[in-house]
Design a protein around this ligand. Structure first.
Ligand code: ZN
Length: 208
């Protein structure tokens, strides 16, 4: 994919998230690894619904700002993932409604906050660990993600939102949507008794 195609894809996926209510205001940010080894990212304060391909931020993996508008502060934790996970080619971070609601619950399992009850999260994403709450911009967010990088494809940031990595921006976006829909199901099911997948059923999916 050329850099121009990458810029177009980021603008299109941002608009799609915004139009369908996955992102509101200037919340959320996207990034992807370019063929030249640098990162393309959404600028600070930008609305995902109104991205301009020529103004997207370009930074080195070490965080040096090369061109475009100033990158989001949250690019620090994106970089932690690229630097510590060789398969990470894109990152989607959203404050989407149901995943953020889930991130505010007490008593989540920090190793895996989504106990499987449909096959798709198991097949596409796997376990989703929870990163503790830190105030926006706190570098411990990046430090914690550095520790978890490479072992997981998605993370829930407590009282904040989701972070999903992918081999492409499209894959990270698709898996973010899968997680958001799963979180929505959790709230739809509410207090009802859920038939969770058994350990054997989960193991069978994981072995695929
Ligand atoms: Zn955020």
């Amino acid at each position: 994919m050329t850099e121009q195609q990458a810029r177009q894809e980021m603008v299109q996926l941002g608009a799609s998230f915004f139009q369908r209510g996955y992102a509101t205001g200037s919340a959320g940010n996207l990034s992807m690894l370019l063929e030249d080894g640098n990162l393309l990212a959404t600028p600070t304060g930008s609305c995902l619904g109104e991205l301009d391909p020529e103004r997207l931020s370009k930074v080195t993996p070490q965080g040096e700002w090369i061109s475009g508008d100033k990158p989001s502060k949250e690019i620090a934790f994106h970089r932690a993932l690229y630097l510590n996970d060789e398969n990470c080619k894109a990152v989607v971070h959203l404050h989407s409604h149901y995943l953020t609601a889930l991130s505010c619950l007490e008593g989540l399992d920090a190793q895996n906050c989504i106990r499987p009850f449909t096959p798709y999260v198991v097949m596409r994403v796997g376990d989703v660990p929870v990163v503790p709450y830190y105030k926006p911009g706190d570098q411990r967010l990046a430090e914690d993600l550095s520790q978890l990088a490479g072992r997981y494809r998605a993370f829930l940031l407590a009282n904040h939102g989701s972070v999903v990595v992918g081999k492409s921006l499209r894959e990270a976006a698709d898996n973010t949507e899968e997680l958001e829909e799963t979180a929505r199901l959790i709230f739809t099911l509410g207090d009802r008794a859920i038939r969770y997948l058994s350990d054997d059923e989960v193991a069978e999916l994981r072995s695929r």
